[in-house]
Every structure is written in C-alpha cells, then in structure tokens.
Design a protein around this ligand. Structure first.
Ligand code: SF4
Length: 300
C-alpha cells in the first residue's frame, strides 16, 4: 500500500489543535451532555435535585456567555489519537507536537496546571511531566485521517476508579454486584453526580481499566454497546444505579447516573476482571479530525 505523506504544515496544525482542543473541552460541553442534563432537570422530581441541576445548567450558560471554564479542575490532560493506516506519520514528531500543544494551552491561555510529580508534588506549571499528558494511540484500517479526542479528566471522578479480579464462578451476578456495591458504598456523591459510569469487563487487569476509561469518557451519551448482551447490561445497571437515589451532587433525587457505558474484551479462562471509571456531570471532551493536507474538522 502506498501511504500518503503528510504536508509540511501538518505537525504545526496538530500542535495548534492540541492546544485549542484542551481549551475548548474545558469551556464547551458536547451537545449530547447539554441535552441530557436539560432532560434530567425536566424529569427530576425532588426539589433539591431540580435546584442542583438548574445551577449546573446556569453554570454552562455563564461559561458560554463569558467564555469561562465550566469547572475549575483542568484535570489530567488525555489525548486519544487514532491514526489511519493509509497515512505516513512520524509518531515521534506527532507525540512531541501533542505535548507542546498541551503545554501551550496551559501557559498561553493561561490554565491551572493540575499535574504534579507523585512524590515531591512538583508542578511544572504546563500540565505536563513524565508520561503526562496521557496519550493513547490506535491505528485505524482503511483510513487516511488522524483523529484527536481530548479529554481533561478531573480528579474528583478519576479518584473513583476501581478494579476487581473476579473469578469466573462469580458469573454475571458477580459483575453486577461489584458495580452496584461500588457505586453505592464507595463512589456515591464523590464524583459530582449525575455522572457517567464507565465499566470495563474482561481482558487483562490493565486492559480492563482502560476499557472502563474509554467507556466513561469517549462515548457520546445515548450510544450503546453493539453487543446486545452488553447493551442489556448497560440498561439494567443504568436503572439500578438511578434507583439508589444518590441524586444530583449526592443530595438525593432521580438522577444519579446520566449513562452507564460498557466496553468489553475476551479474557482468560480463569478470570473475569471488572473495572469502573467515572466521568462527572461536565463530561468534557473535544475532537478534531484532520487529513494529510492539514485541513480539519472540529467536533466532540
Ligand atoms: S469531579 Fe468533575 S465537576 Fe467535580 S470538581 Fe472534578 S472536574 Fe469538576
């Protein structure tokens, strides 16, 4: 296969986009999230829950009008990068430009740098450091584009991440029990509900955690797992979690989760890993898709 070589300006455009996507994600919520929160407000039956959701909607409106961040937590920057196999891309250069774009967003906007080293808690004041921003690559077959999805992941939601290596004998009941017990006893009000619950099922321990993250932060609300068994699990867990009555910001109500998304993989015959990752009510994400000539489209 003859691969398309990218234009000279390509990497500069990637750098600009990685800067702009970080800022855009922090200010401009995707339409599916806006619509879901509006619907939640209309359907909420408790007075306090309605008040909280109305404050969230007002928060979004003020952010739009005044060009402000929706939440003060600029998060850990994550870039999910899909590269079409028909493109000839220098991955070293690509990574350098993504990191530079992320740093420039923080310094030039400016944004709060929420990234520190784990022991000394050193903050480079540019949202980056060893292995951060977190960058994930995928190669896409029969494709000649680069897709960059930027997600600023707030710590309130990221702190509510869990993994359990279940044994096969625990079956589907074990998976359901783990999800519901964890949400009821550990997650609760901590990650600013109503939230998206991402569930990873199967794979290895590390893959399972990544699947939960993908489920929580990359899928638009309203999307379903294409496997009917998993789609039914999503629906059942969504209803069960909302019956817990945690409610908006944990003050009680009908809306605890705005979505339950599952991503799964085959696993080992002797194990059944399950992971949970949460995305809070401002489910922030911003996307760009660009071609070899550097022309791009923005989205979510
Ligand atoms: S969990 Fe989300 S909404 Fe809550 S403070 Fe963190 S980023 Fe903001």
């Amino acid at each position: 296969m003859i691969k398309q070589t990218v234009a000279d300006s390509f990497y500069k455009t990637v750098e600009e986009l990685c800067k702009e996507l970080y800022i855009k994600a922090l200010k401009d919520l995707p339409p599916d999230v806006r619509e879901t929160l509006q619907k939640a407000y209309e359907q909420e039956e408790t007075e306090t829950g309605k008040q909280v959701l109305s404050t969230m909607l007002e928060n979004i409106k003020i952010a739009d009008e005044k060009n402000r961040l929706i939440c003060q937590d600029t998060g850990i920057p994550i870039y999910f990068v899909k590269v079409g196999n028909k493109l000839s891309v220098d991955f070293v250069q690509l990574e350098e430009t993504i990191i530079k774009g992320c740093q420039r967003a923080t310094v030039e906007h400016p944004l709060r740098s929420s990234v520190v080293s784990p022991f000394k808690r050193q903050n480079n004041q540019n949202s980056s450091g060893y292995r951060i921003p977190s960058i994930h690559y995928d190669v896409v077959q029969d494709n000649d584009k680069v897709e960059i999805l930027m997600v600023p992941k707030g710590s309130g939601s990221e702190n509510m991440s869990f993994l359990k290596m279940l044994i096969p004998a625990e079956g589907v009941r074990g998976v359901k029990r783990f999800v519901l017990d964890t949400i009821a006893t550990q997650v609760g009000a901590n990650p600013c509900p109503p939230y998206i619950v991402g569930v990873g099922i199967g794979g290895t321990a590390d893959m399972c955690v990544k699947l939960a993250k993908l489920a929580a932060v990359t899928r638009p609300i309203g999307s379903q797992n294409p496997d009917p068994e998993m789609a039914a699990f999503e629906k059942e867990m969504f209803e069960a979690i909302n019956e817990l009555g945690i409610g908006p910001m944990g003050l009680g109500g009908l809306n605890s989760a705005i979505a339950v998304n599952v991503e799964h993989a085959y696993t080992h015959i002797t194990q059944n890993p399950v992971a949970i990752n949460i995305q809070c009510w401002p489910a922030r994400r911003a996307k760009a898709i660009l071609g070899a000539d550097g022309k791009y489209e923005l989205g979510y």
